[in-house]
Ligand binder design. Structure first.
Ligand code: ZN
Length: 241
């Protein structure tokens, strides 16, 4: 049996990892945090066929990336009392107070999230206050995390920012030395944020998700695969043809 070989091809601006090995069918998978695309292919299938195969499934790939973020499972937030909201992997029941002099969010107990609004139950104000509070949560933890892991990985500390992203948990602009973290990470367990930070910092050493990249993660964050799976809890992240 021939050993598996791995290389990377570009398909429509997408980086696709091709693993060629003694299997019968093509198998396509998309992984968090940044929507890495991997095609496992039989030995007889060449790169051009892999390219065509991938192009035909670009809409599916995009749907998988959206699914990572739970946007298809999560019903739209109405910001009414009794609704469930997540903070650092923990579930809280929302209580909305209106007509206050200052808007804000507090966590008075381990199960209760209080959202205080200045207006009279305005959904736009509710969402704005919640999102800026989530952003503040991330901005509070990130300086220490980025500093710590830049040191451990031996990279110069990059610029970083938090923003809403539809299809990725994180991204790294290697030239600009800037990493972006998805605002939604404030709803996940803290080790998910840590994994995304380590993953994006590792790109400052290695652009591609190749063996060298994975070895870096194995060395510094041995449980990274379980954190990745936690971010990608949906069962439909892979398809076989
Ligand atoms: Zn990556």
């Amino acid at each position: 049996m021939t050993a598996a070989t791995t290389h990377t091809i570009a398909v429509g601006g997408l980086e696709v990892e091709v693993v060629r090995k003694a299997i019968k069918n093509l198998h396509l998978a998309v992984y968090p945090p940044d929507g890495r695309v991997r095609v496992a292919t039989p030995l007889r299938v060449d790169d051009n066929a892999v390219r065509l195969f991938t192009i035909a499934r670009l809409p599916w790939i995009r749907r998988q990336r959206v699914k990572f973020l739970g946007q298809e499972r999560q019903s739209p937030r109405e910001y009414v009392s009794g609704e469930s909201h997540y903070v650092w992997g923990r579930r809280y029941r929302l209580r909305v107070l209106t007509g206050a002099s200052v808007a804000g969010v507090t966590l008075p107990t381990k199960a209760r999230l209080v959202l205080t609004l200045t207006g009279d139950h305005d959904q736009v104000e509710a969402e704005t206050v919640m999102l800026s509070w989530y952003r503040a949560q991330l901005r509070e933890r990130l300086p220490e995390l980025v500093g710590l892991w830049s040191g451990r990985l031996g990279v110069l500390e990059p610029e970083w920012g938090v923003k809403r992203m539809k299809t990725k948990w994180g991204s790294c602009n290697i030239q600009a030395r800037r990493i972006w973290l998805n605002l939604e990470l404030a709803k996940k367990s803290p080790h998910c944020l840590e994994y995304v930070v380590v993953h994006e910092l590792a790109h400052l050493h290695e652009r591609h998700h190749n063996g060298r990249f994975q070895a870096l993660l194995d060395q510094h964050l041995p449980l990274w695969r379980s954190y990745r799976d936690e971010l990608n809890r949906s069962p439909l992240n892979a398809e076989t043809w």
